[in-house]
Design a protein around this ligand. Structure first.
Ligand code: FAI
Length: 523
């Protein structure tokens, strides 16, 4: 059996988009329509002949709609495998007519939870009969076509005219249907697990004992981190929502796997600041982050940090790209520019470069979801590093050595402290005039990160700069190397057993040193 002619359909939809057109088309092709409550009412109002499901079941819809379609007269009609003579005989014996098409979409459970509705209301929006029909029809796709997406109604009408869906098409519809109910169940199970972990620990630990998030493929990428690796992009929730996965691409080549990784790091850095900020990233590390009076100035300063490394970089900004910034960018080979928007003049200038990828990205919703990292055989979850600890602003800092910093120095230290969060650990970041001048990243000891930051800044710029360290100095050597290079103020978490030795070194060199009491490792 390849095509399965569509003569009888069951329609029960919460989202009534396109319902009338579907009903009119089906009825016009002579399809008998069986339907539930308000779906049937909408169809009837549109002049579509419809058989109420109660007429099929001989049982009234009851318990406030909790039971409408949960009946053998419905489910036998959905589950009978018409390739099997004994199933056909059973249907005849029981007086059950089979369905060829099922069109269902479910109560909006996630939307109800997101609206802040009460627990009772959320529970009422857990669809039971809908998923039962969808799963039954999907299992029995050899005999039944199942449609869960109103965007497919045109295909349904085409199939009706073509004497039904091909078997392969029914299988694809079944795959979509099972993905639909799986995502639905993941949302319901996740919601329950937050409050009612079977082992009772969710409330105490803040972590549900079950974690499932449904992702849908949004793009197939040319390759992964390396050309021999396959890759794809998956999104959860709104495919055009906040953050990089929901970005719109205005221009340029297809995004690559590494473009996504770097653009994500760049957005993370740029959106850590309220003031106009530009972050330039290579291999997930910043080669320049800066604030400016406007975005063009921020870009100029960020680029000046390390023009050599900025070649082929990924740029993110937290303000619309202006024509002035675009002029600055025009001569710099840049892989990606991610911004909330591009002013018209900027777009005109940047689109002259064939390859540069221009992305519009709504501000990432950083604190909304736990961060996940895959490890062999498992997944680590952590709450986001939200930059909202008391020690993330100078008001919460402890002056450990030296004279209090003047306002400009304090502003540079505050900038360096937020910016160092975007640098892979061990991270040392040198800054002047609220711009990075030297970044030491990813070293396996802190003193090497210091040396790297100092050498990248160069003698001219390191003198008089300030430094931030993402974690405490375990020994005085790092602090000494900074002071000897000319750094005059340092901000770091503190908390080492050798804090006194580190402080003594800072005192000796006349370095102002603040402790934040909070740490920003980034691996
Ligand atoms: N209880 C049932 O037997 C049942 N059968 C279908 N539904 C759902 O009821 C909705 C359609 O109902 P109505 O046609 O009354 O608007 C659909 O979202 C469908 O998934 C049911 N509702 C909830 O479980």
């Amino acid at each position: 059996m390849t095509r399965q002619a569509i003569r009888r359909a069951l329609i029960s939809v919460y989202d009534k988009t396109g319902l009338e057109e579907l009903g009119v088309g089906l009825a016009g092709a002579g399809v008998e329509i069986v339907s539930t409550g308000s779906t049937a009412a909408r169809l009837a109002a549109a002049g579509v002949p419809v058989v109420p499901v109660e007429e099929v079941t001989g049982f009234p819809e009851c318990l406030d709609g909790r039971v409408k379609t949960l009946h053998p007269k419905v489910h036998a009609g959905l589950l009978a495998d018409r390739r099997r003579p004994e199933h056909r005989a059973s249907l005849e014996e029981m007086g059950v007519a089979p369905f060829d098409l099922v069109v269902v979409n479910l109560y909006p459970f996630s939307e109800t939870v997101a609206s802040g509705a009460s627990q009772e209301e959320c529970i009422e929006k857990i669809d039971i009969g809908g998923p039962s029909m969808v799963r039954a029809a999907a299992k029995n796709h050899a005999s039944v076509a199942v449609v869960v997406d109103p965007a497919r109604y045109d295909e349904v009408l085409e199939a009706v005219r073509a004497d039904g869906f091909e078997e392969a098409a029914r299988r694809r519809l079944a795959a979509q249907a099972f993905a639909h109910t799986a995502a639905y169940d993941a949302a319901v199970a996740g919601w329950f697990a937050e409050d009612y972990a079977p082992d009772g620990t969710a409330e105490a630990t803040g972590w549900p004992d079950f974690h499932a998030v449904a992702y849908e493929r949004a793009a197939t990428l040319r390759y992964g981190e390396n050309p021999h690796q396959r890759a794809a992009l998956y999104v959860t929730g709104d495919p055009a929502g906040p953050g990089l996965a929901g970005a719109g691409q205005l221009h340029g080549k297809e995004m690559s796997y590494n473009n996504y990784v770097d653009a994500d790091a760049a957005l993370r850095a740029a959106y850590d600041f309220d003031e106009p900020c530009t972050a330039i990233i290579k291999h997930a590390n910043p080669c320049g982050i800066a604030l400016g009076a406007d975005i063009a100035e921020a870009h100029l300063k960020a680029h000046a940090c390390d023009p050599l490394s900025a070649f082929g970089g990924v740029v993110a900004v937290n303000r619309p790209v202006t024509a002035r910034m675009a002029e600055q960018l025009a001569d710099i080979f840049t892989e990606v520019v991610a911004a909330p928007a591009f002013e018209e003049g900027a777009l005109e200038l940047l689109t002259r470069k064939k390859n540069v990828r221009l992305l519009t990205v709504a501000a990432p919703d950083r604190a909304a979801r736990p961060e996940a990292r895959q490890i062999s055989g498992g997944l680590l979850l952590q709450s986001a590093d939200a930059l909202d600890a008391p020690g993330d602003t100078p008001d919460g800092w402890e002056l450990r050595t030296g004279a209090p910093a003047d306002a400009a120095t304090l502003a540079d230290l505050a900038f360096a402290w937020r910016a160092v969060r975007a640098v892979k650990s061990n991270a040392i970041l040198l800054a002047a005039d609220r711009a990075t001048v030297g970044v030491g990243m990813g070293q396996v000891n802190r003193v090497d990160s210091v040396r790297l930051a100092v050498s990248r800044a160069g003698e001219d710029r390191v003198g008089g700069s300030v430094a931030a360290s993402d974690a405490f100095f375990p020994f005085p050597d790092g602090l000494e190397a900074l002071a000897e290079a000319g750094v005059r103020a340092v901000v770091q978490p503190g908390g080492s057993v050798r804090d006194d030795e580190v402080a003594a070194a800072a005192e000796r060199h006349g370095v102002t040193m603040y402790f934040t009491g909070t740490r920003h490792f980034f691996h």
